[in-house]
Design a protein around this ligand. Structure first.
Ligand code: NAG
Ligand code: NAG
Ligand code: NAG
Ligand code: NAG
Length: 386
């Protein structure tokens, strides 16, 4: 009996130790006990016509916002990054829209010259002015196609590609240029494209398309990566064995930033001559980070996950709202920079889900003082003064 008791005490102690060491910090990071504040959420408007827009890109010169949208119902069935693989529930009719905040005008772009019948199931996107014609834009889109007929999606996963389109600024059409498919485009999440219309980097958010193993990434498996493709030379891994890769963005000088959605960090990567990437620095934050963008002042903006479990419930049933937050990450020029705090991290927006629900993408217009928030399954676009 005594032996049993001491074994039990030992077991509890070990379990307690494990709890303190591993479980508690994870729960803290996942926001289990986080108190939601109300920050920056009073001067906002919502745009319910635009739903489930996972990625937002600002065209800085005109202030026009480009959005990659779906429907909340389609996201519940078909979101490969969350292992939601019911292909028959996918809309296949996802779309890119523009939103002009000065007139509130919404334009759903018409697709031209996109042959084939596998449709569009959108996720990450980039919109970049062309280097050869400033009135033209290249639009790079992650397209989670269903697998070819006969292959069950829940067993083989999505057959994802990256689509390159071009558009004239302000026009209502997207003209298809190229479908890029490659083994390296395994589980693409977000993409940054170049002004040549021919090359891009993208994140793979897992190391496997399907299976139990991939669900263990949350315990620290380093399986995610960044790939590089050029339409003429093909695709390759630019860097592998990273953790939690999700959003990716690029500064003018070719520095790349990749967020870690699990541990809450931003990796800073430099492009090498052979197009591979090297991590040069990392910024730690108190919460998991989703998609990331950089504004014209060189400040990084990221959607912070406030409460992971609520966000997961929201992804399963978009009518359940989930709190949202936006972090502003800038170079620290204040006195504490001397003590090694290289980056200043400020929470500029937080909301319980009424004004902005389930935000996974945040974009800032530094010249016009506007903050845009949207999410994978969010019920509306949110535009705030900031
Ligand atoms: C898949 O989606 C279809 C269409 O929305 C739905 O009818 C069906 O019940 C879903 N199947 C599963 C297994 O959830
Ligand atoms: C669409 O493709 C056709 C055939 O390749 C081509 O002739 C036409 O110029 C393309 N349209 C646009 C708007 O690029
Ligand atoms: C590149 O640009 C970013 C953002 O403006 C800046 O923070 C960074 O220091 C620059 N990196 C280099 C190597 O110049
Ligand atoms: C491109 C993109 O928007 N990526 C991620 C944004 O955040 C959501 C929520 O975690 C992810 O599911 C997306 O993959």
């Amino acid at each position: 009996m005594a032996r049993l008791t001491s074994a039990l005490v030992l077991l509890i102690a070990v379990a307690g130790g494990l709890y303190q060491l591993y479980v508690k910090p994870l729960l803290v990071k996942l926001g289990h006990w986080r108190v939601i504040e109300a920050i920056g959420n009073t001067q906002c408007k919502t745009v319910p016509e635009l739903q489930a827009c996972e990625k937002l890109v600002l065209h800085q010169p005109t202030g026009l916002l480009y959005l990659a949208c779906s429907t909340p119902e389609s996201r519940v069935a078909w979101t490969p990054c969350l292992s939601r693989l019911n292909a028959s529930g996918a809309s296949n009719n996802d779309y890119v829209s523009t939103y002009d905040p000065s007139s509130s005008r919404i334009t759903r772009l018409k697709i031209k010259n996109f042959t084939g019948n596998r449709g569009l199931s959108l996720h990450g996107m980039d919109v970049v002015p062309s280097s050869s014609n400033p009135s033209e834009l290249f639009v790079y889109l992650v397209n989670h196609r269903a697998p070819l007929a006969g292959q069950p999606a829940h067993l083989v996963g999505a057959d994802s590609s990256i689509e390159v389109f071009k558009a004239i600024i302000g026009s209502d059409t997207l003209v298809h240029i190229k479908t890029v498919e490659d083994e390296v485009i395994l589980t693409p999440n977000d993409v940054v494209g170049y002004p040549d219309g021919q090359s891009f980097y993208f994140t793979n958010d897992h190391g496997e398309k399907v299976g139990l193993l991939r669900e263990l990434d949350i315990l620290g498996r380093a399986t995610t990566s960044v790939g590089y493709c050029h339409v003429e030379t093909g695709c390759k891994y630019a860097i592998r064995h990273m953790r939690g890769n999700n959003g990716i963005t690029r500064a003018q000088n070719d520095t790349l930033y990749v967020t870690d959605v699990i541990n809450g960090a931003v990796s800073i990567l430099e492009r090498q001559r052979d197009d591979t990437l090297v991590i040069v620095d990392a910024i730690k934050t108190d919460r998991g980070l989703d998609n990331i963008s950089i504004d014209s002042a060189g400040v990084l903006w990221a959607a912070g996950v406030v409460k992971v479990l609520t966000l997961m419930k929201h992804f399963a049933n978009p009518s359940i709202s989930a709190p949202s937050s936006a972090l502003r990450i800038s170079l620290n020029t204040g006195p504490s920079s001397f003590y090694g705090e290289k980056y200043k991290i400020e929470k500029v927006f937080e909301d319980d889900g009424n004004i902005a629900s389930g935000s996974t993408s945040v974009v800032h217009d530094a010249e016009r003082g506007r903050l845009f928030l949207h999410g994978l399954s969010a019920p509306h676009l949110t535009v705030c003064k900031a």
